[in-house]
Design a protein around this ligand. Structure first.
Ligand code: MIC
Ligand code: SF4
Length: 642
């Protein structure tokens, strides 16, 4: 039987375990990426491993999230990251050089390689034919130190593309269509592998838009073949030598197949507050718009921004709309500056932001109260924009540009001829903002500002676990709910005691105080607990506050791994109905926890003292995870092995 492309690449990297769906395997990681918001923790953890130089083929540390520098904290983090990178053999992409995923795609992603990144949108590089997976910072630190990355072999779902996108319909609509069909849980435990005739009609950056936002389905990653278009893009980036042809076998068998006819697609929109709430744009035509933002790692490539500039050229942004553009990389920005498109954007009334994540992670540009904000981004979780009452809609650059002109949602197809965008034969190649590491790392001194606090030691897993339910939340709770970001909180990413004060603040401002007063306890959640961002602070900060276990109907992949990495029990209701009978404040007790973990008995009974009843939970663990939980987390586990 023929093999899928994902299987071929994964098999070539398996170093432990048998490659069989559902089995845990350890894979070798060729490349890593970190960004500053998760990277400071990853670097602190890497430093604590006392490995002098990274053991990967390539590791890059990007600064793109925390670039506002409203105080000394962000700036201190940057210098810390720069010095760690130099000392330990990591390339350092300076603030202003661009968003990690866009820059990685341009300068480093290679077909057939494995990439592990401490950011959930790492699968962007799947557009280049890499197996690119998002993970918690600690997993990435382990990979930098030469360790394997462990994952359950996912199902491989083939997405068969046919036809060609009509004018004014773009790659964003392809992935919105996938989200419309499968929703925000539909990709859990799966890889989406694209194939079929339609693949040829999409360029690498367009493919990357699709693989980027595949993260919103909960998928492990998404991947496109490496073909002539891949070669073409690499050539324009001066990296033709990195090209290899990679395809699934013609008789490859997928676990499932989803078919998308590109020709039949129309402009789509994800409505508030979920990337999975997708409807046809025409249903919302006429809705007044207050803010339009173009950028983020989903849609900030040269072509995305050129389309917007061409639509706006010689026109003016509507008086009601605040219109902003954040180019994905310095390369994109310089191209636009030199070819005149930047002037067209400025002339139309655009506010130009730095090449960084910016408003996508709530670093500035919070919309007005009750605003309607149209964004080319990938996430519209409630409050993520910085304004809780704002309604954020996710759209393509084409739709965004037309809304900026008209001041309301309107079908871009009504604007007439679709502007053609030609890619430059050679992109401007200037890697001077990517600093190479020192040749002799030993001499480099790591610079630590007062905001950079060491991670505390955590004890091993107790046998008896007691505590109250500190909070009960519903389905699809995101890591943005658990550990919000934004201009106020993001600068605290390297200061665990300080950031912990903000756990669950969007949901219940008194959570941290209550958790501390009660000496920790439990969190009760619904389905898909911890979807979205890879931020390990959503596990680490609750751990710091004494959270011992999360009892949920199901968990998102990266978050579950982060919980285990930091020694928090991920408990799943054996009978989902028990979720109903448990309330905030209930006193819970579990005994024999160590024994259950070491005997890998999947089932545990929880006694609800308040209700005087017991219910069952499942603790599904591989042997490695069991070892980690017993030790009180991955870090303790590594220390024990030394
Ligand atoms: C996000 O888009 O939510 C982030 C910010 O990039 C996160 C990482 C983080 O929280 O630092 C992600 O996607 O993993
Ligand atoms: Fe940055 Fe937004 Fe992309 Fe996350 S989703 S990496 S915050 S641009």
């Amino acid at each position: 039987m023929g093999r899928t492309l994902a299987e071929k690449i994964l098999r070539a990297h398996v170093a432990e375990g048998e490659f069989k769906q559902g089995n845990e395997v350890g894979i070798r990681i060729d490349q890593t990426l970190t960004q500053d918001a998760t990277g400071t923790m990853a670097c602190l953890q890497f430093e604590a491993m006392r490995v002098p130089r990274v053991k990967t083929e390539l590791s890059v540390s990007y600064v793109d999230h925390n670039t506002l520098q409203t105080g000394f904290e962000n700036a201190d983090d940057h210098v810390y990251l720069q010095s760690v990178a130099s000392k330990h053999g990591i390339l350092f992409s300076r603030p202003g050089n661009g968003i990690c995923h866009q820059v990685h795609l341009e300068r480093f992603a290679v077909p057939g390689k494995t990439l592990l990144g401490s950011d959930s949108h790492t699968p962007t590089a799947g557009g280049m034919g890499s197996i690119a997976i998002g993970a918690g910072g600690l997993d990435v630190a382990v990979a930098m130190a030469g360790g394997l990355f462990y994952l359950k072999v996912p199902k491989i779902v083939g997405v068969k593309l046919s036809g060609k996108l009509p004018a004014w319909v773009s790659a964003k609509d392809v992935v919105l269509e996938l989200l419309r069909r499968v929703g925000v849980k539909g990709g859990v435990g799966k890889i989406f592998e694209y194939f079929g005739e339609g693949v040829k009609t999409l360029s690498v950056p367009e493919r990357a838009t699709v693989t980027n936002m595949g993260a919103e389905t909960g998928a492990t990653n998404s991947i496109f073949p490496s073909d002539e278009n891949t070669k073409d893009f690499l050539k324009r980036e001066g990296r033709e030598k990195d090209w290899v042809e990679l395809n699934a076998d013609v008789d490859a068998q997928y676990d499932e197949v989803v078919e998308i006819d590109l020709s039949s697609l129309e402009p789509l929109v994800a409505q508030p507050h979920s990337p999975g709430s997708v409807v046809a744009l025409k249903q919302l035509a006429g809705k007044k718009v207050d803010q339009v933002l173009v950028g983020s790692c989903t849609n900030s490539s040269f072509k995305d921004l050129m389309i917007v500039a061409k639509i706006l050229k010689g026109r003016k942004v509507h008086a009601r709309v605040s219109f902003g553009v954040a180019p994905g990389s310095r390369q994109v920005l310089e191209e636009l500056a030199r070819n005149g498109a930047l002037a067209d954007l400025v002339n139309a009334g655009a506010r130009i932001f730095e090449s960084a994540c910016g408003p996508c992670i709530g670093m500035g540009q919070a919309p007005t109260t009750d605003a309607v904000s149209l964004r080319t981004f990938n996430r519209n979780f409630e409050g993520r924009s910085g304004t809780k009452s704002a309604q954020v809609f996710l759209v393509s650059p084409e739709v965004a540009a037309v809304a900026a002109l008209k001041g309301e949602i309107s079908d871009p197809r009504e604007l007439g001829e679709f502007p053609e965008v030609k890619l430059p034969t050679h992109f401007i190649l200037d890697d001077s903002m990517i600093l190479p590491p020192a040749k002799e790392g030993v001499e480099v001194e790591v610079v630590r500002g007062p905001n950079i606090k060491a991670i505390p030691d955590f004890p091993e897993q107790a046998d008896e676990v007691k505590g109250r339910v500190l909070i009960k939340v519903g389905d699809d709770v995101t890591t943005d709910h658990i550990m919000p970001a934004g201009a106020k909180i993001l600068p605290l990413r390297s200061n665990l005691p300080a950031i912990s004060e903000h756990v669950f603040t969007q949901v219940d401002a008194s959570f941290a105080k209550r958790a501390k007063e009660q000496g920790g306890g439990f969190v009760v959640g619904g389905e898909n607990y911890g979807q979205g961002s890879s931020r390990e602070h959503a596990a680490l900060a609750p751990k710091f506050l004494g959270v011992k276990g999360i009892i949920a109907k199901s968990f998102a992949r990266i978050h579950k791994a982060n919980l285990v990495n930091f020694g928090i029990l991920p408990l799943v209701f054996a009978d989902k109905k028990d979720y109903e009978s448990i309330a905030q404040g209930d006193e819970l007790e579990i005994t024999g926890v160590r024994n259950a973990i070491s005997s890998r008995s999947p089932s545990l009974a929880i006694f609800n003292k308040t209700k005087n009843n017991s219910f069952k939970v499942v603790l599904e663990l591989g042997s490695r995870e069991a070892e980690m939980l017993l030790a009180g987390g991955l870090f303790n586990c590594l220390k024990n092995k030394k």
